[in-house]
Ligand binder design. Structure first.
Ligand code: GDG
Length: 516
């Protein structure tokens, strides 16, 4: 804590010189080069702070083309930011060039700069090789490095300073995700006048796992700087609250915590997708035609099974394909009638675990085709690519069975996107009980992704279910998912942040795959 305090003091001095003005025409001249602001410093009543900005540079780094960052967060927050004349603080990816955009769809943006060394320690290191595996059940052993931790603190301080100098007196700041868990407390010390919300997109682990982290107290204290801490599911929220009581002497219940004379609310706010956008896409004739074309290109099989995941060891892709491989071997699936499409979106490619995952996956894919494919008819079509959103929609429409089997997942939006785009209530979903989405998608064929026989059995049940049963299951899931969309998610979080406890969600826990 002392270390954090002294650096905060440093940030505070820089920020206080700027604070209180509506606009600073020359704010790009930051004395330490800490916060690169291609924008003049502005103040906004509502500020979003996330690792990434909602735009990123197209393919080559010297290109000056900018496109929206992938994922639903940008679309979820864009309308909220537009309606509140808000500001988004984040990293642009790469080194921000002088002509980096300062506006996106009417939203003001402020870039935080991160050097390539810092990227290695903060992003690839502490965020994705320490926190990511630790928070996902330690599926891979988390790596603990003091230098990574120091850089994590430094970068969090930079985001906190950028937020502190941007938010108007009495304004609201909404901080996102595991890369920025120290920002709430850092920001509170700089700007005690603002309301601070934090949302964690990934799971929060049980205390037994979290206690491994050498800097566990600093992380919990960092988060407790917020007024409201949101998680995807109630279980994650209670994991956090229990750890806060055990580790830093916080008191109270799972949903209301008292700490250092303040009240912090904790709750579940399950994220969801942009229903209207997905339904509109699902109805576009070009996308429907593309779905038919995909099936033709696959040889018009009886059944198309689809997986769409970031290539990440938490997603259980290899285990799923091994189960499917055994089903071909057992004769439950046949190369003539059943075809798999697996999209594995490139992710964190410079990390050795991810490289290994890709290597292993490609071996399984090639063995499957070697063992069960025919000339011109592979059993699995593997795409290691980031596809255009329309192509993804066409794939969802082309698939009879969607396979979503992560070992642990905060929510999993792919499962929800599949359900929303099946406007005629056809299609079957095989879903891991360890995805946050399992709490809502109870019409899915539920699996324990660690259980190979269980995966085979669930796929078998999905294949065998009659159209009436399949339709009833899909309708049940659609009713649930269509009740709220991603802007309701953002509004309910912000309402709880402004108003108190009433809007805090309390979904019931995840279902358990049937015991055999
Ligand atoms: C984290 C948490 C939580 C996928 N392939 C392509 C593509 N996608 C889009 C999907 C979906 C998104 O990426 C993936 O979201 P997920 O939720 O499935 O997974 P993570 O990336 O791990 O997200 C997760 C989420 O944050 C939100 O809080 O649900 O638990 O881990 O929207 O459509 N999009 C395009 N091409 C692709 O090839 N355009």
């Amino acid at each position: 804590m002392e270390e954090i305090d002294s650096v905060l003091e440093h940030s505070r001095t820089q920020v206080e010189t700027n604070w209180g003005y509506r606009r600073h025409p020359d704010s790009s001249s930051d004395p330490d080069g800490d916060v690169a602001t291609p924008l003049a410093t502005v103040t906004a009543d509502f500020v979003v702070v996330a690792n990434r900005l909602p735009v990123q540079q197209s393919s080559s780094s010297d290109s000056d083309e900018w496109r929206p960052s992938p994922g639903g967060l940008a679309s979820a927050l864009t309308s909220v930011l537009q309606s509140r004349n808000g500001l988004w603080i984040g990293w642009l990816g790469g080194t921000a060039p002088a002509d980096a955009p300062t506006q996106y769809e009417g939203i003001r943006m402020k870039a935080v700069s991160i050097s390539s060394e810092e990227y290695a320690d903060f992003y690839l290191g502490f965020s994705n090789a320490t926190l990511w595996p630790l928070y996902h059940d330690a599926i891979r052993a988390p790596t603990f490095h003091r230098t990574w931790w120091r850089t994590y603190q430094e970068i969090n301080r930079r985001y906190a300073a950028a937020a502190a100098e941007s938010v108007a007196p009495g304004g609201t700041v909404w901080i996102h995700d595991y890369q920025l868990q120290l920002v709430p407390d850092m920001l509170r010390r700089l700007r005690p006048d603002v309301r601070i919300g934090f949302f964690l997109h990934i799971p929060f682990p049980p205390s037994e796992l979290f206690m491994q982290l050498p800097w566990r107290r600093a992380i919990i204290t960092g988060l407790l700087g917020a007024d409201l801490i949101g998680f995807q599911v109630p279980h994650a929220a209670s994991n956090f609250s229990r750890t806060a009581r055990r580790l830093v002497g916080a008191t109270g219940t799972d949903s209301i915590i008292q700490f250092e004379g303040r009240i912090i609310r904790v709750g579940a706010f399950p994220i969801t997708v942009d229903n209207a956008q997905i339904i509109a896409k699902a109805r576009e004739s070009a996308i429907r035609e593309r779905a038919r074309e995909i099936r033709r290109d696959l040889g018009n099989p009886e059944v198309v099974l689809l997986g769409v995941d970031r290539l990440d060891y938490t997603k259980g892709i290899q285990q799923r394909l091994t189960a499917i491989s055994e089903m071909y071997a057992d004769g439950q699936l046949s190369g003539d009638t059943h075809v798999i499409v697996q999209v594995a979106v490139p992710s964190r490619e410079s990390d050795a675990h991810y490289d290994q995952e890709r290597h292993n996956l490609e071996q399984v894919v090639s063995a499957m085709n070697g063992d069960y494919g025919l000339v011109g008819s592979p059993v699995i079509h593997y795409l290691h690519q980031n596809l255009p959103f329309d192509e993804l929609m066409a794939l969802y429409l082309a698939a009879d069975i969607m396979l979503v089997t992560p070992f642990r997942d905060g929510m999993n939006l792919v499962a929800k996107e599949y359900v929303v785009c099946r406007t005629d209530s056809t299609g079957r979903l095989v879903l891991s009980e360890f995805a946050g989405a399992a709490a809502e998608l109870r019409g899915a064929f539920m699996v324990n992704p660690h259980d190979l026989d269980g995966i085979k059995e669930a796929i078998g049940l999905a294949l065998k279910a009659g159209p009436k049963e399949a339709k009833a299951r899909m309708q049940r899931m659609r009713r649930k998912v269509l009740r709220h969309d991603v802007s309701d998610w953002a509004q309910s979080f912000l309402a709880a942040l402004q108003q108190g406890t009433s809007a805090i969600g309390d979904a019931s826990g995840p279902p358990i795959a049937d015991e055999r």
